[in-house]
Design a binder for this molecule. Structure first.
Ligand SMILES: [Zn+2]
Length: 369
């Protein structure tokens, strides 16, 4: 008896004519939400809210709930119920939510009546049209890749004395940009695309001015002891270990050597640092997560020695108002690692790993927005 009822319900679902237009109070092109008739009631597929309002939709089968996040606000729909919860308020849609083939359908009254009530400052209902403010899209769209050093500053010098960090990281950056843009639907900007000197301050300024969503600084390491090798990723904070301090001192040395000695160091150290540090601390957790993704991908793909995700106080990360990390791909001062780092198929491996790490981070990050 119950089965045949469900069957009949399926059969009588048909497309109805009265679709709903969403018009934005900006230059965005209007969208149409298709409505369908289910047993005489107008419904729409809840995923249309993703298209029109960048809503984040997730079902919680354990608690029998459907969570819809719009404009950063959480709406909770209770399965087999006509009620939805917003904060401590409940709204009655008069008809219950329908679940079918992994899809969820909400009564159209949600669009015409309830949504404009909840978001009265953002949208209104006017005869067949929902007039709404443009949705907030916080997904990662712009990435700045920052190949370290350049021009008069060679960075780390290879064991063979023939290869420089500035060349290796520029090679990697150029190829990585291409792959990211082709396969991840993002815009990639480079802080330098040729062998030129760019100050540390200019690098983050460039990222901030271009509204980058991620800042990734690319480097190769060096150590007095040529046996030292491996991969490490840094995110900003006060350097925690002596080794992290040593790498920090080396990468920061550029300020002293190439940007005007003590005066320049003082300039970076003053108020600007405090402000930048505050701005960055907001992104500390995200920067750590991005760093961890990159480190895992790099170590897994290259089987390089895992030196871990570390905190250090790099000038180049201080001024970035976005999740920011610094990758040390390996030690040019190590004979074996130098050979690898200048080898184009090994570079491809590094590029694939960083790509995977960014992709993984982006997917999780975009979901949270
Ligand atoms: Zn470097």
């Amino acid at each position: 008896m119950k089965k045949s009822f469900v069957f009949i319900l399926l059969v009588i679902i048909s497309f109805a004519g009265a679709d709903i237009t969403v018009e934005y109070k900006s230059s965005l092109t209007p969208e149409v939400i298709k409505t369908i008739d289910i047993a005489g009631i107008e419904y729409f597929n809840v995923y249309e809210l993703n298209k029109t309002f960048k809503a984040n939709i997730s079902d919680d089968l354990l608690d029998q709930r459907l969570n819809v996040n719009i404009y950063g606000e959480q709406l909770i729909f209770l399965m087999d119920s006509s009620f939805l919860q917003y904060g401590s308020d409940y709204f009655n849609m008069t008809h219950e939510i329908i679940q079918q083939d992994g899809k969820y359908f909400l009564p159209v009254i949600f669009l015409t009546d309830i949504l404009p009530q909840i978001f009265s400052s953002r949208m209104s209902w006017k005869t067949n049209k929902l007039i709404a403010k443009a949705p907030i899209d916080n997904s990662i769209k712009r990435i700045v890749l920052d190949p370290g050093h350049g021009g008069k500053d060679p960075g780390a010098i290879g064991y063979s004395k023939k290869h420089f960090e500035k060349e290796v990281v520029l090679d990697i950056a150029l190829k990585l940009k291409k792959k990211l843009e082709q396969q991840l639907d993002v815009i990639v900007l480079l802080s330098r695309d040729k062998d030129e000197f760019v100050s540390l301050q200019q690098r983050t300024k460039f990222a901030n001015e271009n509204n980058a969503d991620l800042f990734i600084s690319l480097h190769c390491n060096a150590h007095r002891n040529s046996k030292i090798n491996g991969i490490e990723v840094y995110y900003l904070s006060t350097a925690k270990t002596d080794e992290a301090r040593a790498v920090e001192a080396m990468e920061n040395r550029v300020v002293y050597e190439y940007e005007g000695g003590k005066e320049a160091v003082k300039k970076y150290d003053d108020l600007a640092f405090i402000l930048a540090d505050m701005a960055q601390s907001e992104h500390l957790e995200e920067s750590y997560n991005l760093g961890a993704n990159l480190q895992i991908a790099l170590v897994n793909d290259t089987e390089g020695y895992d030196r871990g995700v570390k905190q250090a106080n790099f000038y180049v990360l201080r001024g970035a108002f976005m999740p920011a990390v610094l990758i040390e791909f390996g030690f040019l001062s190590n004979k074996e690692e130098e050979k690898k780092l200048i080898n184009s198929s090994y570079q491809e491996k590094l590029i694939d790993s960083v790509f995977d790490g960014i992709k993984d981070f982006k997917m999780k990050y975009d979901q949270m927005q």
